[in-house]
Design a protein around this ligand. Structure first.
Ligand SMILES: [Ca+2]
Ligand SMILES: [Ca+2]
Length: 858
C-alpha cells in the first residue's frame, strides 16, 4: 500500500470509527429514573414522559416517595396500573423498604422513605412533623390515593401489584438502575429516597448525570397552604424532607437543575389550557390526564369559580418537560420550555439561633455526637419546625411566620451551591395559538401522539365491559335485627365483613358499613370495602366514611396513628389487603370526591349514613352495632345525635385490654412505654372513654378472649376440613394463610394474630350462645389523659359505677367450626368470586352474563 493509500485508509477507518460512535451515540437512549409521590400533577408528568420514544429517552426505574402526599400501597398500585395501560410492565417500580437509621446514624439497607431523615429510626412507625401539612382525608391524601375516584373508574388492571415481602424497595430499584449506567434523575416529590441512596452509596453519585428537581421556591413565596402561618417560605416537596433536599442539592455533589415555584407559577392551568386538554382527547393517556385534572379542579373551581384562579399549576409535568429538553439538548443547548440561570442557593433545614438544644432537633438533642457527623452549632443545629402550628414559628401578634424549614435560600459563602434554576416558562412561538406557553403546546401534542400510546382503559379492554350493581331480592324474606358494622379496615375486619354478609338474613340484617381512617388502614382503602360488598352481591349496603383523626384532635396531625407502621405489617399492607385486594372483583362503587355533574356519587360521611339507617327503622326497632376499630365513629355519633343511645340495642366492641391483677400485656408493640393498652383503644382513647363510659349497652370482646381464638392452625384446619368451598371461603383461606406465612417468615409481621382474633366479635354477635360463652361484668374506667404510657388502658376500679359486660371465655373448637361452616356455606355466596371471574364475564356476550347473574342471585 502506498503511503498515500495508507493515509487514506487510516482516514477512512477513522471516519468509520467516528461515524460508528456517532451512530452509537444517537442510538443509545438517555436513561431516566423518576421518583414520584403520585400526586395528580405527577400522573400528568408520568404520562408525558412515557409518551417519548424509548429509543431517545428510556425510563429505567420509577420509585415512589410516600412521606407526604400519598400512601405507599395505594400509590404503588396506581403507578402499576398506569404502566400497564401504557404497555410498560418492563419498568421496575420501587416502593417502601423497612430498613432504618440507628441512633448512631448507621443507615440500614432499604430504608423505606416513609419518614423524613430527621425522624427516621429503626421502625417505620413515626410522627408526622412535616407530613401533617397535607390533610389525611378529603382534599389531601384520600383524594391523591384514589385520584379522586378516577383511577378505578378508568385505568385497566394488570398483573403487577404490591405484594408483601416481594415488592422491590425504592432503594433497591434506584441503586440497580444507577449501577447499570449513567442516568438523569427526576425528583417529583420529597427527596428522601435519593438522599438515602446517595448517603449510603456515594459511589453511585458519579452515575447521576443530573438531578432535575420539581420543588423549591427561590424568589417566590412558598406554597404550604395549610402551614404558611408558620412557614411562608417553603415549598411542599422541600418541606416534606428539608434535610434530604439539602443533601441532594448541597452535599451530594451531583449537578442539579431546579424547577421551583418561581418557574411553575408561570404555567398555571389556565382556562385556555384546560379547554384544549378537554378538546384534544385522542389517546387514553390524554383522557386520563384530563379526567385526573378535571377531578382535582372540581374542588378548586367550586372554591374559586375560575381556572385562572385555581392555585393549580403544571408543577411536575413542567419539570418533566424541562428535564426532557435538557436531556435532549444538553444544559447549554437552550431549554425549549424554560429560561434558566445559575443561582447560589442552599436549603434551610433549621432555624436560628443555631446550637440551641430545645428538643425539636433529633440530630442533636440528647446525643453526645450529632447524627451524620453534623457540626455542633452549625446550620443544621437550630430549631426544627415540630408541626404546622409550632409556637416557635408563630410571631405573636403577627400573621407572619418566621420558620424557614425547606426554604430554598439564595446565599453566598461556603454554604452556597451553584445550581441551574428555571425562572420562567418560555412563551409559545406560535402567536396565533390560544396557548401562551411553549410547554402547554408541547404537552398537548405529546399526549395526543399516536406513538407509544395506551393500549386500552378498563372499559375498552373488554368487549362486554359493564358496570352492574348487585342487589338481593328481599321480597318474601323476613329480615333479622338491623346491624351496623364499624371497621378500621384491618385484615380481620374483612373476614368479619364477609362472615356478616353470610349471616342468615332472618337473624341479622346488615344495614350499613362505617369505616374510619385513623386505624390500621388509610381512608382510601374504603374501595376494598366496596369491592367485598360487590363480590358478595350487596351493592345495596351504604358505606360511610368517618373522620381521619382521633376525637379531640385537629384534622391535621397524627396524634395517635403514629403507632401504626407505614411499612411491612402496617399501612402498606392493610391499604392493599396484603396484596390481595386486587384479586377481588372491581365494584362500580368507589370513593369519589367532588363530582359537579353527579353530586349523588360523592362519598357519604359516616354520620349521614347513620342518619339514613336510623330513618329506616320500623316502630320499636333498634340497631345493633359491631365495632372493630377505634371507636371514633360511634363517639362522634353519640356526641352529635342525642337520640343515638335510645335507638341502639347493644354495641359489641372488639378491642380493649382489661388490666386487672394479671400480668397479661396489651398489644401496642410500637409504643413500648405503654404495656397494657390495646390498639383500638390506644388509637383513640377519648372516643373509647366516651363510648365505654356512656349509657350505651356494651359487650366488650377484649384482647384476652380474642387470643383464645387467634390460632392460625385452628382456623385453617377448620376451613380445610370442609368438603365444599365458596369463593369467599377460598379468599379468606388465602388471606389467613398469607398472614400466617408472613408471621413465620418475618419479625415485622409478628403481630398478625391480632387480626385473626378480631373476627371473634362478628361470630359472637351472630352466634352468641352456640359458642358456650362465659361473660363477666366488671367495674372499669378508661384512661384517656394524653399520656402515651397509659392512654387507652382499661382499669378495673371497685368504686366505678361503670359496669362493663365482658366476654371472658368460649369454646374455641366450636368457634372455628362455626366460622368455617358459615364461610363455606353456599347460601348468600359470592356473585362474582374474583377479578379473574369478572374479566371472564366482561369477555363473554351479555346474554350469558345476565343468565349467570340471575342464577347466582337465587
Ligand atoms: Ca409530586
Ligand atoms: Ca379492626
Amino acid at each position: 500500500m502506498s503511503p498515500h493509500a495508507r493515509a487514506a485508509a487510516v482516514a477512512m477507518s477513522l471516519f468509520l470509527a467516528v461515524a460508528a460512535a456517532g451512530v452509537a451515540a444517537a442510538a443509545a437512549p438517555r436513561r431516566l429514573i423518576v421518583d414520584t409521590d403520585m400526586d395528580t400533577d405527577d400522573v400528568l408528568a408520568l404520562l408525558y414522559i412515557l409518551k417519548h420514544n424509548r429509543s431517545e429517552f428510556d425510563v429505567k426505574a420509577i420509585t415512589v416517595n410516600a412521606n407526604e402526599w400519598s400512601d405507599a400501597g395505594h400509590a404503588a398500585n396506581h403507578l402499576y396500573d398506569i404502566l400497564y395501560m401504557m404497555g410498560r410492565d418492563d419498568i421496575p417500580v420501587g416502593v417502601g423498604g423497612d430498613g432504618g437509621i440507628s441512633d448512631a446514624g448507621d443507615i440500614h439497607r432499604d430504608v423505606g422513605g416513609y419518614l423524613p431523615l430527621i425522624d427516621q429510626g429503626l421502625s417505620t412507625a413515626g410522627g408526622c412533623r412535616y407530613r401533617q401539612a397535607v390533610p389525611a382525608g378529603r382534599g389531601g391524601r384520600l383524594d391523591i390515593d384514589t385520584n379522586c375516584g378516577e383511577w378505578r373508574g378508568f385505568l385497566p388492571q394488570g398483573p403487577r401489584r404490591y405484594r408483601p415481602l416481594r415488592q422491590p424497595t425504592a432503594q433497591r430499584v434506584m441503586s440497580d438502575a444507577l449501577a447499570a449506567g449513567p442516568a438523569t434523575v427526576l425528583l417529583l416529590g420529597a427527596h428522601t429516597n435519593l438522599a438515602l441512596l446517595l448517603m449510603t452509596r456515594p459511589d453511585l453519585a458519579r452515575n447521576v448525570e443530573r438531578v432535575v428537581v420539581s420543588g423549591g421556591a427561590v424568589r417566590a413565596p412558598g406554597n404550604l397552604f395549610t402551614a404558611s402561618a408558620a412557614n411562608p417560605a417553603a415549598e411542599f416537596n422541600f418541606f416534606g424532607d428539608p434535610f434530604a433536599a439539602h443533601h441532594v442539592l448541597a452535599r451530594s455533589g451531583v449537578p442539579v437543575t431546579l424547577v421551583p415555584l418561581d418557574a411553575t407559577n408561570t404555567v398555571p392551568v389556565t382556562d385556555e389550557f384546560y379547554a384544549e386538554l378537554r378538546r384534544r382527547q385522542g389517546t387514553h393517556e390524554a383522557r386520563y390526564a384530563f379526567r385526573s385534572l378535571d377531578a382535582v379542579l372540581a374542588r378548586h373551581v367550586r372554591r374559586s369559580g375560575s381556572h385562572n384562579d385555581t392555585g393549580y399549576y403544571m408543577w411536575d409535568s413542567f419539570a418533566a418537560g424541562v428535564a426532557i429538553s435538557s436531556m435532549r439538548r444538553g444544559e447549554t443547548g437552550g431549554n425549549e420550555f424554560a429560561e434558566l440561570e445559575y443561582m447560589n442557593v442552599t436549603v434551610v433545614t433549621s432555624n436560628k439561633p443555631y446550637g440551641v438544644r430545645d428538643g425539636s432537633n433529633p440530630f442533636f438533642d440528647g446525643r453526645a455526637t450529632p447524627k451524620f457527623g453534623l457540626k455542633e452549632g452549625g446550620v443544621h443545629s437550630g430549631h426544627v419546625q415540630t408541626g404546622i402550628r409550632d409556637a416557635f414559628c408563630l410571631v405573636p401578634g403577627s400573621n407572619k411566620g418566621r420558620c424557614q424549614d425547606g426554604y430554598t435560600k439564595e446565599v453566598s459563602g461556603p454554604e452556597a451551591v451553584r445550581v441551574h434554576v428555571a425562572t420562567t416558562a418560555k412563551p409559545n412561538t406560535d402567536k396565533s395559538s390560544p396557548l401562551d406557553k411553549e410547554f402547554y403546546k408541547n404537552f398537548l401534542e405529546v399526549l395526543n401522539l399516536p406513538e407509544n400510546t395506551g393500549r386500552f382503559n378498563i372499559s375498552t379492554q373488554f368487549p362486554y365491559y359493564r358496570e352492574v350493581l348487585y342487589k338481593p331480592d328481599f321480597r318474601n324474606v323476613s329480615r333479622g335485627k338491623p346491624v351496623i358494622f364499624d371497621m378500621d379496615m384491618s385484615p380481620g375486619d374483612f373476614v368479619s365483613l364477609i362472615y356478616l354478609l353470610k349471616g342468615p338474613r332472618d337473624v341479622i340484617d346488615l344495614k350499613a358499613v362505617l369505616v374510619n381512617g385513623n386505624g390500621w388502614a388509610n381512608s382510601a382503602s374504603i374501595d376494598i370495602v366496596y369491592d367485598v360488598l360487590h363480590m358478595m352481591g350487596r351493592d345495596d349496603i351504604p358505606v360511610g366514611l368517618g373522620n381521619t383523626t382521633a376525637l379531640g384532635n385537629p384534622t391535621l396531625g397524627c396524634k395517635n396513628s403514629y403507632a401504626i407502621p407505614h411499612g411491612s405489617g402496617g399501612f402498606i399492607d392493610s391499604d392493599t389487603l396484603y396484596g390481595l385486594a386486587r384479586s377481588l372483583p372491581r365494584s362500580p362503587r368507589r370513593y369519589m370526591s367532588e363530582d359537579l355533574d353527579h353530586p349523588e356519587r360523592r362519598q357519604p360521611h359516616a354520620y349521614d349514613v347513620w342518619q339514613t339507617v336510623k330513618k329506616q327503622l320500623g316502630p320499636g326497632e333498634k340497631i345493633t352495632v359491631l365495632t372493630s376499630g377505634p371507636l371514633t365513629n360511634l363517639a362522634n355519633i353519640s356526641l352529635s345525635d342525642k337520640d343515638a343511645s335510645s335507638v341502639i340495642e347493644r354495641v359489641y366492641v372488639v378491642g380493649g385490654h382489661i388490666r386487672d391483677s394479671g400480668r397479661e400485656r396489651g398489644n401496642v408493640f410500637t409504643v413500648p412505654s405503654n404495656k397494657y393498652a390495646e390498639f383500638n383503644m390506644f388509637l383513640d382513647p377519648l372516643s373509647a372513654k366516651t363510648v365505654l363510659e356512656s349509657s350505651l349497652k356494651i359487650t366488650l370482646i377484649p384482647l384476652s378472649v380474642q387470643r383464645k381464638v387467634a390460632s392460625f392452625e385452628g382456623v385453617l384446619a377448620a376451613l380445610e376440613q370442609r368438603t365444599k368451598h365458596t369463593p369467599e371461603s377460598r379468599f379468606v383461606h388465602g388471606l389467613i394463610s398469607l398472614l400466617q406465612e408472613l408471621q413465620r417468615k418475618q419479625r415485622l409481621y409478628r403481630h398478625m394474630d391480632i387480626f385473626l382474633g378480631e373476627v371473634l366479635g362478628a361470630v359472637y354477635m351472630v352466634q352468641g350462645s352456640d359458642l358456650e360463652p362465659s361473660v363477666e361484668v366488671k367495674p372499669v374506667i378508661i384512661v384517656a389523659n394524653t399520656t402515651e404510657s397509659t392512654d387507652g388502658q382499661i382499669l378495673v376500679r371497685r368504686n366505678s359505677a361503670n359496669l362493663l359486660k365482658i366476654l371472658h371465655n368460649l369454646n374455641d373448637g366450636v368457634y372455628y367450626n362455626n366460622l368455617a361452616n358459615s364461610l363455606a356455606n353456599d347460601k348468600q355466596s359470592a356473585v362474582v368470586g374474583s377479578f379473574e371471574e369478572q374479566k371472564a364475564i366482561w369477555s363473554r356476550p351479555q346474554k350469558h352474563f345476565m343468565a349467570d347473574i340471575a342464577k347466582d342471585m337465587k
